[in-house]
Write a protein that binds this ligand. Structure first.
Ligand SMILES: CCCC/C=C/CC(=O)SCCNC(=O)CCNC(=O)[C@H](O)C(C)(C)COP(=O)(O)OP(=O)(O)OC[C@H]1O[C@@H](n2cnc3c(N)ncnc32)[C@H](O)[C@@H]1OP(=O)(O)O
Length: 292
């Protein structure tokens, strides 16, 4: 965790937050600290719910990604927290991925802050020693899928929802740490196919390729995650946490070592005219669609 804090501090993401605003002895809510999240920690079960709450689609703007990193870090530091469930309060959408309105015609300095915040959000969730699970009750494209990939266990709702890394289809080339996380989860062959094609998956296919661990009716999604979490937090935390670090440390070290390089490459790509044109056209389509 020292590594996560160092990364966050380096990225200017970590700031002093109030330790907690206590509602009562067994239930505490960090929500007052966050604009785009609700964070509730049940001190009795030692399980926190980190609920994405940026309507209308939980698109990830720079501040929201910073908040997710800070909240995860804060929970990681809290002795009363053994598990974090990430879910959404937006019906049928887990997260619509990066906020394209912030990416469109972004200035270089802002983009750098934005990308560092994405790196920090991922590495904080991926690197925390506490158990993390995603209750995916709707769409999870691109960076929405990245949040889910960073967790230890994913349950998705049945329905007409999509999950996956569609970056190629948006003209955005894949980067190394997202590719690594996808391949670690779904394997080399699936990675070669899905990442080149920018494929999105319906829940049953996501289950087949191992992108999610379970698919259940929507109303059972959160209860199913809560049931699994109850089991996982029973495992002695020291041993489980060290085992998790052992498995994820290499990826964390790679990201830390190559974060600047990733930023440089992605700045060049994302601010290039062809990608900006694609994002502009995509935004125009979304506006037309919602006017219909
Ligand atoms: C190697 C790179 C690593 C990381 C890179 C990641 C790249 C990204 O994350 S780029 C973002 C990719 N995201 C998408 O392609 C999804 C785009 N959105 C959708 O497909 C749909 O919105 C949805 C399937 C998520 C939901 O569809 P639904 O019909 O329910 O809602 P909409 O009417 O489409 O959207 C509601 C509302 O939200 C706005 N919005 C949706 N997505 C975004 C977004 N990514 N950024 C900004 N705003 C978004 C949409 O315009 C609507 O706004 P209004 O109600 O104000 O019109």
């Amino acid at each position: 965790m020292a590594c996560i804090q160092k990364t966050l501090r380096g990225l200017g993401v970590l700031r002093q937050l109030p330790r907690e605003s206590t509602v009562n002895q067994t239930y505490c809510r960090y929500a007052s600290s966050y604009k785009y999240l609700q964070v509730d920690l049940d001190k009795k079960t030692k399980v926190a719910h980190l609920t994405l709450a940026r309507k209308p689609a939980n698109s990830l703007n720079c501040d929201m990604m910073k908040e997710i990193a800070m909240a995860t870090n804060e929970l990681d530091q809290d002795r009363d927290c053994k598990g974090i469930i990430i879910n959404s309060c937006v019906p049928n959408i887990f997260s619509a991925g990066l906020d394209l309105t912030e990416l469109y015609q972004a200035k270089e300095l802002f983009f750098q802050d934005f990308w560092r915040s994405l790196q920090a959000m991922f590495s904080t969730i991926y690197g925390t020693k506490v158990v993390t699970m995603a209750a995916i009750e709707g769409h999870a494209p691109a960076a929405g899928c990245i949040i889910a990939l960073a967790t230890d266990y994913r349950v998705m709702s049945e329905g007409k929802f999509n999950i996956g890394l569609n970056e190629s289809m948006l003209g955005i080339p894949m980067n190394f740490w997202v590719k690594d996380a996808f391949i670690a989860t779904c394997g080399q062959r699936e990675g070669e196919r899905a990442l080149q094609l920018g494929q999105m998956f319906i829940p049953s296919t996501a289950l087949q390729i191992g992108l999610v661990d379970e698919v259940v009716p929507q109303e059972l999604t959160l209860p199913t995650v809560q049931k699994h979490m109850k089991q996982w937090v029973k495992v002695p935390g020291g041993a489980r946490g060290l085992t998790k670090s052992l498995i994820r440390q290499q990826a964390m070290d790679n990201l830390k070592a190559k974060a600047d390089e990733d930023l440089l490459i992605m700045t060049r790509h994302m601010l290039s005219q062809p990608i900006q044109n694609t994002i502009g056209a995509y935004l125009e389509n979304m506006t037309k669609k919602s006017k219909r």
